[in-house]
Ligand binder design. Sequence first.
Ligand code: DLL
Length: 433
Amino acid sequence: MPWNDKIECMPESELRNFQLEKLRETVAWAYERVPFYKQKFDEKGVRPDNIRHIEDIAKLPFTVKNDLRDNYPFGLCAVPMSEVVRVHASSGTTGKPITGPYTRGDMDCWGECMARNLWSAGIRPGDIVQNAYGYGLFTGGLGFHEGISRIGCVELPTSSGLTLRQVTLMQDFKVTALCCTPSYALTIEEQADEMGIDIRNLPLRVGVFGAEPWTPGMRKEIEERMGIKAMEAYGLTEIGGPGVSFDCDAQEGLHINEDHYLAEVLDPDTLEPIPLGEKGELVFTSLQRRAMPMIRYRTKDITRLYRDKCSCGRTLIRMDKISGRTDDMLIISGVNVFPSQIESLLLDIPEVEPQYVLVVRKKGHLDHLTVRVEAKREVYDIGPDKEAEVEKKIQDHIKGMLGIAVTVRLVEPKLIQRSEGKAKRILDERPKS
Ligand code: DLL
């Protein structure tokens, strides 16, 4: 049974009506209170009362990351500061951070969305939940915190880092659920292994992982190494943090909290809608946020949407696991490649660890990719011939599956930097233009 079956299992037509009502409210809210949106709407010649059907969303302007940067810190805020009770921010790699203000009501909605996510992962009162997402400006730690307290289970707010202590607490407190990034889950498992602790023998039962891309192969790897069920959370600071979508027992896509987020998938070049079931850029409009309503926010995340019936009974639309970001796409020998494709192929190779970095350099006019991946100790014990054999095996596998020539370099165990949050998988050494 879902956390909120009235919403999560609502018949599609009812849900669409609910969304339309909330969309109209949000559009009017943004138009009347945020000068940025008023100007954008006016430029497009659209007014809130032009939104009569859900499909009318196509008339609305888009919002992109730079709009948030240009209006840093609170230019897109629709309420006075006296109504804001929390601000999160994402650091980003370049430029100014993105800020995400919340009203008391927004916090309440966030708790609801996160409770659905954790409940769907089988977390119940009595569970001891280790929350190893970073606490602070990042939405992960405190976002999960909202959901954990909403359900009423025991929260262990460890935040990220101090991995040795994470393992000790996990063992001593008989932790049953872990929340962190998938790459940090691997770091924790490795630390436990070094301490002679097999996490598979601990009471830990489930993990709720997200905030970074991870392939189905990585999910399987984590499940096997830790002896748990690995569930997922997706979200982004710009539209409210985690709690946007989550997977269920079926693990066939992530259900979007559609009463809060209206999703579209568009062709990133033409910005035309893409039919259900086909891949494109995910675009979200918030439906209940008051502090910072977001109209058609272009996430750059690539996925597809589908509305087929889910065996879990939820009617909420599903999105695929994110397969990449439009800005992480590499063009190698004329072929478009996403880091996740390389990750999937590396996970097919038993001689290496799921620890890798993709180094992109310019070679003439073309981009060249070097895959640095950590070999298991046994490979080094056998000697240099074995190393060369494994490198060639991976190169051939990538060539065979993706048709691209890459260089593979094995790295000795433990040399790839371990993640405590979002793993940095791409090292872009191309000259900046
Ligand atoms: O990462 C929010 C979050 C926290 C989600 C904890 C899940 C769990 P940002 O730091 O703003 O917010 O980063 C958002 O991270 O646009 C995606 O590219 C990526 N991302 C988030 N969740 C997933 C996921 C948080 N499950 C950006 N799979 C998003 C793949 C994800 N990518």
